[in-house]
Structure formats: C-alpha cells, structure tokens
Design a protein around this ligand. Structure first.
Ligand code: PRP
Ligand code: ZN
Length: 297
C-alpha cells in the first residue's frame, strides 16, 4: 500500500462496492435511490454509470480500503469494521455512515465460562479476522492475550480447540448461539459507510463526489423521516408539541373560520402506534403519517 495515491486526472468517479455478501445489494439500492443507473460489463464486475459519471467496481469487501488508498477507486461502500481494521496508516476516512448493515464487533466466550471483565482473557487465545482492532482493544484494557488471525469460520475455533474465545461480527446473534458462545464485550459498533480519501479530489471528481454526497444525505434524511399531519384545537398545541421533540420546524396553520389548527411536521424518530395513540389522546385529529420520497437541503 502506498501512502501517496497516484494523482491521475479523472473525470469520472469510481466507487468500490461489495460484489456479493450482505452490503452489496443495499449499497447498490442506495446509489440507485440517488439517481444512478448503470450498464453492466459482461463479467459483471464493472458497472458503467449512464445517468451520472459514476461507475462501480464490484469487489471483495476486504479489498475496498486498499483499492481506495491505491487510487484504483475513488470511494467505497464498506463496513466500518473493515475500514478501521485496515486504515491504520493510510489516508482514508469515513465520509458518511449509511444506515444499513448494522452489526457489532464483539468478544465472545464459551457459554460455560465465568466472565469477570476483560481480565478474564488474560493469557488466552482469541481467534479473529480483526487482529488490529482486537489488539488495540486488548492494549486499551491492559490485557495480554494471544491473537490468532483467521480469515473465516472464526466461530468454530473454540470447539476445534484452536482458540479459547473469539472476536467476531455479531448481527442477529444466531451464529454465536449455534456455537454455544456468548458476547461479553462490544469492541466496535459498525454499519456500512461511505469511505473516501482524507484529501479532496483535485479535478472534476470533486464536483461529482459533492453532488453524490448531497444526494446521499437527502436519501438518508428521507429514509429516517416521516411527515406527520393532524388537526387539533389551539389549546392542545403545547401538549402535542411536547410529544414531537424530534419534529423539524413544525408548520402550524389556522383553519378558516374556526379555532382549530392544522399541523405538519417532519419527524426523525420512529412513528410507532404508541406515539400516534399518545398524540390522539392529547387532542390530535385526522392523524396521518406519510413517507418522504426525497429531500434536498
Ligand atoms: C458474519 C460473522 C458471523 C456472522 C454473524 O459473517 O463473521 O459469522 O456474520 O451474524 P449473525 O449474528 O446474524 O449470526 P458473514 O456472514 O458476514 O460472512 P463472513 O464471515 O464470511 O464475512
Ligand atoms: Zn467478509
């Protein structure tokens, strides 16, 4: 890995995306929601951007940080866990968290073990595909343990007798459970992120990346938000607004010839049935919750 990326002038942006696996499809769906469409090459590893000068290279997730650092790709969509594991000495950073692929990197031990905190790992063998992140965490906790690096099937190492504990990604917890392991410490909360160089692009790619990030922000904001609309008597307004602490600048309008108000607000939190029922009890009528298609700030 070189520390200074080649500075070839380029007029198209190339994004590395996982070819198969958990992040690949949602990553492409997110980019499609930003208005991107592609034609695929015959080997399906390269997607040529038709609507914008943004192409995709479909690769193994573990290769993404190096592809960006070496200047082969300009940006990448990758798990924060992979980015941090590999970005120790490079010039990459997380540009945006993307709101999907949530998981955590956790230390897990056999169910029958007694856990007395990180010191329980002292002198033990821990299998992981994340040796850098695990070693840093062990050092932070002043624990000396043996880190055993495996590229996959980490969860069976304790049963095979090649390790005492593991440090691996946990999403639903099903893998740990079926291997009689339990998570005891979270080392990192992870999700898919847009990764890119720390230095700005010095050519046409800067404007393209800017446009992409603005659209991404709009899509992510829209995905998180709902438009809530209702009517109420004027006197109920303070209590109703108390129930909407996540409302972005609510609009209140007086309805013609009455003391009733019509209110609409963009809410960032979840609009559960319980919340709607609480609004109803506080005097909201004709409640409606609408999805947001797009926003542009
Ligand atoms: C990850 C991880 C665990 C599993 C955890 O593997 O290594 O094996 O997911 O998920 P769960 O808590 O929902 O069971 P992944 O399927 O991404 O494949 P990989 O290990 O080959 O990268
Ligand atoms: Zn993987």
């Amino acid at each position: 890995m070189t520390s200074s990326a080649p500075q070839a002038v380029r007029e198209r942006l190339r994004i590395a995306v996982q070819k198969s696996g958990r992040l690949g499809d949602p990553a492409r769906a997110l980019l499609a929601a930003c208005g991107l469409a592609w034609s695929e090459s015959r080997d399906r590893l390269y997607c040529f951007g038709e609507t914008l000068p943004i192409d995709l290279l479909l690769v193994r997730d573990d290769d993404i940080p190096a592809l960006i650092a070496e200047g082969v790709c300009d940006l990448g969509i990758v798990g924060r866990n992979v980015l941090l594991e590999q970005s120790g000495a490079t010039t990459l950073r997380e540009w945006r968290p993307l709101g999907f692929g949530a998981c955590r990197l956790a230390v897990a031990i056999p169910e029958r073990w007694e856990w007395e905190g990180p010191r329980s790992l002292s002198g033990r063998r821990i299998a992981t595909s994340y040796p850098a992140l695990l070693s840093a965490w062990l050092a932070d906790n002043a624990v000396e343990a043996q880190v055993i690096t495996l590229s996959g099937s980490v969860e069976i190492a304790p049963r095979l007798g090649t390790a005492d504990a593991i440090c691996d990604l946990v999403s639903t917890g099903a893998t740990l459970e079926s291997n009689q392991l339990r998570a005891v410490e979270t080392i990192l909360e992870s999700e898919a992120v847009l990764a890119g160089p720390t230095a700005p692009f010095g050519d046409a790619r800067a404007a393209i990346a800017d446009l992409l990030v603005r659209r991404l922000d709009g899509v992510l904001r829209a995905r998180q938000s709902k438009l809530v609309m209702f009517q109420a008597e004027r006197g109920a307004l303070p209590a109703l607004l108390d129930l909407l602490p996540d409302a972005d600048a609510p609009t209140v309008a007086r309805m013609d010839g009455s003391d009733r108000l019509a209110l609409q607000a963009l809410c960032r939190g979840a609009m559960t049935w319980q919340r709607l029922e609480a609004l109803k009890c506080a005097g909201a009528d004709m409640l409606m919750v609408l999805p947001i298609e797009r926003t542009l700030a």
